[in-house]
Design a protein around this ligand. Structure first.
Ligand code: TXA
Ligand code: MG
Length: 342
């Protein structure tokens, strides 16, 4: 199958493909999603196949109105409505109880809940409006790899497997939406994103955050959390704040392979890097770093000689919470330490 790159003036054609039950990747403000008609079971099945995604991992349903949520949710609690008002369109995904038989088991992974997201990206809101149906949309990467932040990333992973990609250039936020479970009495953040615990608490009061590490045979709250994620083939090392970059660079110089170095421009500029260092600038500050993190990891993943990647940590506050959550997963919790340099 040829994968067509749809330009922004071709949203009609992209919507027709969705209506025919085909897969079209779409932009959002966070990452690109892999779109299919959420009401078409065969189309949704193709999403799992294309991504290589385990079938017990439910999909987010993308909508362009609260009315669309009302069609599929059993009820919208008052606090959920307040959050929709405060943060939609935007990077907050809200899990609600599903109306019986409203969406197929393929969408929900067999759960009695469904996740709704109203992305802050006009071309995709137009796409949903023109298709006239809600769209499922997991991140449009091969399962396990970092999420795509450009149409080229999507093409790299999925060309030949999907009908098209609606190209809106690089995404703005770069890390996936906050996932908030509102299907229980006490709301819980299952995945941190750009909308923070503090932001949410300012609207509805105290909520929880799920720090629980999911065991192998356990049924997790967000099924996606049990799978290896965001991981390039090379080992990623987190370079904690306060680490002497001189030591890091010394270590790089001693490795028999190429090492990717992902740090802010100001760190790269003042360092003299060894021949085997391959640099990727995270820009300046946490906003830039979040927008660029996945691009850097993916670029190094395409360079087989790069067998390790050292990446700058940021304080885990605000957007930094989401950045550090993804970086931790891609590194499997491994940090650079001074002892690595003998
Ligand atoms: O920013 C985003 O959220 C992007 C863009 C494309 O919208 N989408 C995205 O989807 O990241 P995905 O499928 O890669 O991640 C969704 C996460 C998974 O960990 C999944 O298990 C969880 O949300 N999830 C979805 N529905 C759920 C439900 N009903 N209950 C619990 N967790 C759910
Ligand atoms: Mg994903």
């Amino acid at each position: 199958m040829d994968t067509k790159i749809f330009q922004l003036n071709e949203i009609d054609a992209a919507a027709d493909a969705i209506k025919r039950g085909e897969l079209v990747a779409f932009p959002t403000e966070t990452v690109y999603g892999l779109g299919a008609d959420a009401t078409n079971e065969d189309a949704v099945k193709k999403v799992y196949l294309a991504k290589g995604r385990p079938s017990d991992n439910p999909l987010i349903v993308h909508v362009n109105s609260v009315a669309m949520v009302e069609k599929y949710a059993a009820e919208i609690p008052e606090n959920a409505r307040k959050l929709m008002k405060a943060f939609w369109p935007g990077s907050l995904t809200i899990i609600l109880k599903i109306k019986k038989h409203a969406l197929s088991k393929t969408v929900t992974g067999g759960l009695k809940t469904v996740a709704f997201r109203f992305p802050d990206c006009q071309p995709t809101l137009d796409l949903i409006a023109k298709a006239g149906v809600p769209m499922v949309g997991p991140s449009a990467n091969t399962s396990g790899k970092p999420s795509p932040t450009t149409a080229q990333h999507v093409y790299h992973d999925l060309h030949g497997k999907i009908a098209g990609i609606l190209d809106n250039g690089p995404t703005r936020v770069g890390v996936e939406s906050t996932v908030l479970d509102m299907s229980t009495d006490q709301p819980v953040i299952l995945r941190p994103g750009a909308v923070t615990k503090k932001d949410i608490e300012a609207v509805i009061g105290s909520i929880d955050i799920n720090h629980h590490k999911v065991g192998k045979n356990e049924i997790p709250k967000a099924p996606g959390m049990k799978y290896k994620h965001y991981a390039p083939d090379a080992q990623v090392y987190i370079v904690d704040q306060g680490t002497d970059w001189g030591k890091v660079i010394q270590w790089i110089g001693k490795q028999p392979f190429d090492v990717g170095i992902m740090a802010e421009g100001k760190i790269l500029q003042k360092s003299t890097l060894p021949m085997n260092a391959v640099q990727f600038s995270l820009g300046e500050g946490i906003k830039d770093a979040s927008a660029r993190l996945f691009d850097g990891l993916r670029q190094f993943d395409d360079q087989p000689n790069v067998k390790a990647i050292v990446t700058e940590a940021f304080p885990a506050v605000g957007l930094g919470g989401a950045y550090m959550n993804r970086l931790n997963k891609s590194a499997g919790g491994v940090h650079f330490s001074d002892d690595m340099v003998k």
